[in-house]
Design a protein around this ligand. Sequence first.
Ligand code: V47
Ligand code: SF4
Length: 373
Amino acid sequence: MELATLKKTAISSELLAIAEKVFAEIRINNDECLTLYNTAEIGFLGWLANIVREKKNGNQVFFNRNFHIEPTNLCVFHCKFCSYSRTLKEGGDGWFMTQEQMLHIVQKYDGQPVTEVHIVGGVHPKLTIQWFGEVLQQIKKMRPDLHIKGFTAVELEYMFRKAKVSYVDGMKYLQQHGLDSIPGGGAEIFAEEIRDQICADKASAEAWLGIHQAAHQIGMHSNATMLYGHIEKFEHRVDHMSRLRNLQDETKGFNTFIPLKFRKENNEMSHVNEVSVIEDLRNYAISRIYLDNFNHIKAYWPMIGRQTAQLSLAFGVDDLDGTIDDSTKIYSMAGAEETNPSLTTEELVKMIKAVGRSAVERDTLYGVINEWN
Ligand code: V47
Ligand code: SF4
């Protein structure tokens, strides 16, 4: 649809002004973003987000071949939405891996064309910066070609605080031992009034942003997430994305923005209803329109399921994460669609082609490895 055609529809003057800005590649402001959340119809959002998406990434949908290592689910923090962690005292179905167990997982992928290992888990006092430094070194020795994306800013903040090192020195230490980039977890919702209610005791918004800023400063890339669809209001989502957009203006270090849908099973927020698929799609689209300085928007398929992930490709999303190989428990324990998430490359390509897009296998930093048009 052209702008001229849009003017003949029942669209409000506010939404028309936003569409005109997006067409002219002028950044929308926070009030306009809120107007999208409060008033925009889903078809309009998909159409507008798709314009931004196709200018940035054409018809391409990216994925990678990856697996996860979750060293422990024992955690010193008490996030109310977390279905996965156990307290240090509880034990029960808690786990704690040795360095050998972690290396054994890497060894299982010997000779397989995986390009990334994603290491993330609970925050355990025994997992110090030196302990992780050793593991990183050993993984690199075993698989020098493997990109190590590891540790949320929450894990890092705790590690650095215990080791009494600055964010920059801590990041440099881990980089020297083999860490290549950091994932986007732990961001949740930055606004203090929400953070205080859902994850009061872990790293603050300032710490999260400070650690990503330090990572970018030493030349590392990272991702950013937003946990949405619980007790936050649209205003909090806008504020969250605004803080990310500001940091990205300064550093250009973020690869991807990943909205994470709150899932309610087996956690202390089970009384909060999950939002609908329609809200998921609206949220993907609005983030695509607002975050003009992010190259990629990722739908994490184990969280939302394969069909919603496919639908999201018409709402601004251009990345589906990876093959995963049933190596993460975070979402299945929270009631996500995928109980044993694993997709072969062929299955991912088929999913992408089924919605009329081209599939691209990428490395972590979006270098192209293989294409299916
Ligand atoms: O920070 C925890 C989320 C995150 C629940 O960077 C939940 O490529 C929904 O950030 N419902 C960790 N979400 C995982 C993460 C991630 C995942 C995939 C790719 C990347 C990347 C990063 O998981 C946590 C939290 O926001 N989470 N519990 C829940 N009940
Ligand atoms: Fe710990 Fe992370 Fe769960 Fe919070 S979300 S309790 S920091 S494992």
